[in-house]
Design a binder for this molecule. Sequence first.
Ligand code: SF4
Length: 452
Amino acid sequence: MGKSLFDKIWERHEVASGLLYIDLHLVHEVTSPQAFDGLRLNGRKVRRPDRTLATADHNTPTDGTPRAALIKDELSRVQVETLEKNAAEFGIPIYSLGSEGQGIVHVIGPELGVTQPGMTIVCGDSHTATHGAFGALSFGIGTSEVEHVLATQTLVQSKPKSMRIRYEGEPGFGVTAKDLILYTIGQMGTAGAAGYVVEYAGPAIEALSMEGRMTICNMTIEGGGRAGMIAPDQTTFDYVTGRPAAPSEVPPEWRELFSDPDAGFDKELVIDCTKISPMVSWGTNPAMVAPVSDKVPVAASEQDERALEYMGLSGGTPIEQIKLDRVFIGSCTNSRIGDLRTAAEVVRGRKVADNVYAMVVPGSVKVKAAAEAEGLDKVFREAGFDWRAAGCSMCLGMNPDIAAPGERVASTSNRNFEGRQGRGARTHLVSPQMAAAAAIEGHFVDIRTWSN
Ligand code: SF4
């Protein structure tokens, strides 16, 4: 039997049974302080500082605060300053506030070219699966594992099972990568890929840009997957080569990174793209989704009832009638330049509805600069959006960008759990285009038929 992409990368990195060599360790301020303390207590060094990269993102303010020392919130300031001190002490490159390389950890890795096909990549953040879009095997890890990787450059890991999701048929107009993955999670549930490394395949995946592929892989964890990956192809090679930390030519071994035609998978799922509409989440997990043209479902379980109550929704309400208070375009799911371009096209020449506060948070300082060079900031500002500085922002309630209790948010992020965007905040997961159109109308609209 042939080998899958996952098998090939696993075999190349398993240095002892259940022990993986890690090519790249990405570090941020929230899950690393105790890990560095552990190293100090045990008198250990970072094994490969040259294979480790730190950035500040989770609790950095997005108001343009230029230095860690000026962060107003004490806990956040201490965490970012601690990351800076730890990076200096252990010799790790860092992109903190004020640096041109700063940004969300899963945005800057690909941007710098440190994320490369065939690598094993870890980070103390669940959405590390994002890097799998490049044909890398990437895991989110916990704080004790962060310490282990810092000290040894290896990760203890028993081999997960493998799963392939094949996308057949062509997605219709207005259906984006975000809709593909929200629909998929809606179909298989939040445990549908539990314990599996998922390979996404098929013509609709191959047709996606790298940014679309990152959106898909990013949300693997929301379907329970351990990691998500996509075989690298010319689209990948064109994106990676020539970036600051990447080779200028495609190394021959990158061209071997695909699943053999007779590779076996423990589980397979086929998704018919022709059935997918632009999606909106209505509940409190990412499987609670519906087409924008549909209605909020009637509760079929206690879990549904609780979700509808938290979300302040009644079954049978047309999704397009859901009014919004806030719109957030950002997060490591949808804050790259391509995401901002598509959202800007929707808002160009239009105005944000009076009932909505809308914000755009670029994923990195470089994304922000690129968008400003193209005049996208002007498009958003003229429409009434708040144009912010890079960071995780409203993806999680860990920095000043939070929604008030009861506020309803159209969000391009990846999680809609209770309280994720602030205590009592109500999150609807959508694509950047959907978020942009909702900001203009003040409620959800079907972007396939929308005219403003
Ligand atoms: S944007 Fe959200 S999911 Fe992504 S790294 Fe930041 S907190 Fe994690």
